[in-house]
Design a protein around this ligand. Structure first.
Ligand code: NAP
Ligand code: F7E
Length: 323
């Protein structure tokens, strides 16, 4: 019998890649979207899988809708990828971020507890929970220290995932994923903002790129590989929490330098810093230790930092038509 999966956040970067992965494994894939006046299926179109995903309306703010969808779809596995995921906006909208990103996960868990506690659950946790890091590199045992409303909301969702596992025996896993990027990354995130601007500058459509803190360091991996780890977590005999990361860290400055160099431009001639893009509290350094994932899931990343930058620049050059 093919398995059935429900993915929340199907319109986002990870939702699209995960849907493609699960379809390739013969799953029946339901993709949950929140109703809006324009349904954005751009990423599913980009991957050519729009027609193969069964779309269901679901808002993480609405418990009764969640219960109805779980009852109708009868998933074996639920991947909770939906969130207000942009850290910068979480400072402007802390309450709604808490409601969607924090309580939203609890509504999904409650829905599972009410409808069918045998459903396996994946929670999209984040390296942002480490925030002001208490150890370098960060692993599953590293204490958390969130630095934004987004991170605090994710931390609540993380502990509730652990709690539903311990209290009700639900097969619930928290994947603590470090930053992962791709050509499907939203334009507001720094990597895609850079590669998109590089392509437009190369094509003569723009002359400068305004960025915030160039010294922040992140452990950037390739999204396509990271969704594989999500699936692996739900295939184990026992539920657990896993750090997913490359183990390498690079600054925003290094990313910009590499992206401009990929089209033979010098980043210093185009990048300007702008206080508008600084955050009230910053996460200075993230670098993950994914040894547990390697040992238990057999997961390890393959795409290097340089390759990731190249993949993203190439895709944006094609989109902009600058090639
Ligand atoms: P993304 O591209 O921003 O996608 C977020 C998704 O959540 C979108 O489909 C969005 O729908 C949906 N959503 C937002 N509010 C919702 C609501 N109230 N009800 C239902 N759906 C809602 O994020 P991503 O990069 O794919 O990340 C996937 C998940 O992993 C997120 O939870 C993110 O916080 C987490 N995460 C991401 C990273 C990373 O580096 N990418 C790392 C660690 C954790 P709309 O299209 O309608 O906005
Ligand atoms: O920022 C700095 C910024 O917005 C990265 C989300 O997927 O990953 C993501 O969160 C760094 C920060 O991602 C600009 O200050 C400089 O230090 O690309 P970002 P993020 O905040 O790390 C984690 C793991 C998640 O869970 C989140 O959902 O880059 N930065 N200048 C800038 N950032 C942006 N966005 N724009 C700038 O102009």
């Amino acid at each position: 019998m093919p398995k059935t999966a429900l993915i929340t956040g199907i319109t986002g970067q990870d939702g699209a890649y995960l849907a493609r992965l699960l379809l390739s494994k013969n799953y029946r894939v339901y993709g949950a979207f929140r109703r809006s006046s324009v349904l954005n299926l751009e990423r599913l179109d980009y991957l050519g899988i729009r027609e193969r995903v069964e779309l269901v309306p679901l808002d993480l703010l609405d418990l009764s809708g969640i219960v109805r969808v779980l009852d109708r779809v009868k998933p074996d596995e639920v991947y909770n990828l939906a969130a207000q995921s942009f850290v910068a906006v979480s400072f402007e909208q802390p309450v709604v971020t808490g409601d969607i990103t924090g309580l939203g996960a609890v509504r999904m868990l409650e829905g599972i507890r009410l409808v069918n506690p045998k459903i396996r659950f994946y929670q999209a946790s984040s390296s942002e929970m480490f925030g002001k890091v208490q150890a370098v590199p960060q692993n599953e045992k590293t204490p958390f220290y969130p630095r934004s409303p987004y991170a605090a909301a994710k931390l609540y969702a993380h502990w509730m995932t652990v709690n539903y596992r311990e209290a009700y025996g639900i097969f619930a896993c928290s994947g603590i994923l470090f930053n992962h990027e791709s050509p499907l990354r939203g334009l507001e995130f720094v990597t895609r903002k850079i590669t998109h601007a590089v392509a437009r500058i190369k094509a003569g459509l723009e002359r400068e790129l305004r960025l915030g803190n160039l010294e922040a360091r992140r452990d950037w991996g390739y999204a396509q590989e990271y969704v594989e780890a999500m699936w692996l977590m739900l295939q184990q005999d026992e539920p657990d929490d896993y750090v997913i990361a490359t183990g390498e860290t690079h600054s925003v400055r290094e990313f910009a330098e590499a992206a401009f160099a990929a089209v033979n431009l010098d980043w210093r001639e185009y990048v300007k810093t702008d206080p508008a893009f600084y955050r009230p509290a910053e996460v200075d350094l993230l670098v993950g230790d994914a040894s547990r994932a390697k040992g238990k899931l057999g997961w390890c990343p393959k795409v290097t930092f340089q390759e990731l930058v190249g993949i993203m620049v190439e895709a944006d050059l094609e989109r902009v038509g600058g090639k």
